[in-house]
Design a protein around this ligand. Structure first.
Ligand SMILES: Cc1ncc(COP(=O)(O)O)c(C=O)c1O
Length: 466
């Protein structure tokens, strides 16, 4: 079906029929809409922390699109920056050429990073940045005489993207299985889910962190240090429902990486640009990675762009002779994306968006922790404006829902009911069942209260199912 006129465009039914006919949605079970003749939610407008559906419903964007829209929706400054750039230099690649926005943005990103992470390779998103980081790690070691170092270590249930290399790093079985065999050499270790820590460590977060970090060393030794190139970690792991690092974890991992000559990559695709109360989470955690990968919040999602930011040491061999990375993307560092990123970063700085997160993160956490009186709420965790609420069948024993119950809870109920009650966020069971919240970073107590109220109402309704 072709949508012809403007009035047609806004006809909910026509859009739905057309979507069902032609649109292939990402990570979507289409049968949920096709077999049951359920409407696909269609978002037609965004304004501040709210989005609007084609049926006219106003909904809180509790996930910032997809952990992305740091400054909220509908900012004219970003549209103006894009329009101005399109009229000046619409497109040019970074293949042996520079353009001023990419140069200025690289300089600005380098100024935000910890230590000597000064070299910026632009991509169009997070997965490409992760791919680039793995390729760089392999090539760096080849160029410096460690030709067998190619393996990578990442954590259970972590998400690092869907292209074949990034997917090999991703630790979510359901995302991997259809595409096996993946890129070889990607090893998995435990994540930092303290709520599900081994029994003997459940009362000591620091000891748990030490234990979890030591699993990385164990894997390096098992694989052979001369074969391992890099460890990929999100500062706060998203998938599984927001696992902050225990105290000392990043420092211990750094020691391990130094000891075995392994690179440490902070995948800040989500945690970058204020999400956890700093431009990069690495700054707040006093973490010193060798590489940062980022995307999403860099433009608040107004234009696709991502980056891999490497330390001076890693660029050193590429200053010499015929060495270069035979690697790139047509749209990596697009002039319009770079212009939009600069305008977005201006807003983050001028409007003190990160300061807002720091001022309100305790309020946000306490507001969500007030949900602990509900029998279904097992654990609230996270930092900054980034939280996960783990749902359990039995609070005392921490018993989780079985597969069938989880299916009913997540896909059969929560995903739709949260939206119906006025909140877009994520209900997910890639690990244990969780609700994930990651709203725009410029909201305050009023919208936080609205979010908590919808979650409360919906979780009370959900408990009735069991
Ligand atoms: C930590 C992390 N890494 C990588 C990616 C992949 O980013 P993209 O979807 O832009 O390729 C994501 C996406 O959510 C992510 O959360």
């Amino acid at each position: 079906m072709t949508i012809t006129s403007d009035s047609d465009k806004h006809t909910h039914k026509k859009l739905n029929d057309s979507a069902k006919e032609h649109l292939w949605m990402h990570f979507t079970r289409h049968s949920a809409y096709l077999e049951q003749d359920v409407d696909i939610p269609i978002i037609v407008k965004g304004e501040g922390p709210y989005i609007y559906t084609s049926t006219g419903q106003k909904i809180i964007d509790g996930l910032a699109g997809l952990f992305t829209t740091q400054i909220g929706h509908g900012r004219k400054e970003l549209a103006d920056a894009a329009a101005a750039q399109m009229q000046t230099l619409d497109f040019f690649p970074l293949w042996s050429y520079g353009h001023n926005n990419a140069i200025e943005l690289a300089d600005r990103l380098a100024s935000y990073t910890p230590g000597d992470l000064n070299r910026v390779f632009f991509t169009t998103g997070g997965g490409e940045a992760v791919e680039t980081a793995w390729k760089l790690a392999k090539q760096y070691f080849k160029l410096t005489g460690h030709v067998n170092k190619y393996k990578v270590i990442s954590r259970y249930v972590a998400y690092h993207g869907t292209t074949q290399g990034a997917l090999a790093l991703t630790g979510i079985p359901i995302a991997r299985a259809p595409y096996e065999p993946l890129v070889p050499g990607a090893i998995k270790v435990p994540n930092t889910n303290f709520y599900r820590a081994p029994k003997h460590l459940q009362n000591d977060e620091e000891a748990f962190g030490r234990w979890a970090a030591d699993r990385i060393e164990e894997a390096i030794i098992l694989e052979g240090p001369d074969t391992v190139a890099a460890v990929f970690l999100e500062p706060v792991q998203n998938s599984g429902g927001c696992f902050p690092p225990p105290p000392g974890y990043w420092q211990r991992v750094r020691e391990i990486c130094n000891k075995h000559n392994v690179l440490l990559v902070a995948d800040e695709t989500i945690t970058g640009f204020g999400r956890v109360g700093a431009m990069f989470a690495s700054n707040r955690l006093n973490a010193q990675p060798d590489i940062i990968t980022c995307a999403k919040g860099l433009t608040s999602g107004y234009f696709p762009i991502g980056a891999m930011i490497a330390s001076d040491r890693l660029f050193e061999p590429f200053k010499q002779g015929k060495n270069f990375m035979p690697h790139g993307f047509t749209f990596g560092g697009h002039p319009v994306g770079a212009a939009v990123a600069m305008a977005n970063l201006d807003i983050i700085e001028n409007e003190k968006v990160i300061e807002n997160v720091l001022a309100n993160e305790d309020y946000f956490r306490k507001s969500l922790e007030s949900l602990h009186d509900l029998p279904i709420v097992g654990n609230v965790r996270g930092m900054g404006y980034f939280y996960g609420i783990e749902m359990v069948k039995d609070k005392n024993t921490r018993e989780t829902f079985n597969d069938e119950e989880s299916e009913l809870l997540i896909r059969g109920f929560l995903s739709r009911q949260l939206l119906k009650n006025g909140l877009y966020c994520r209900a997910d069971d890639r690990g244990d069942p969780v609700i994930q919240l990651s709203p725009p970073l410029n909201i305050g107590p009023k919208v936080i209260d609205e979010i908590t109220a919808v979650v409360r109402k919906t979780l009370i309704e959900a408990w009735e199912l069991f």
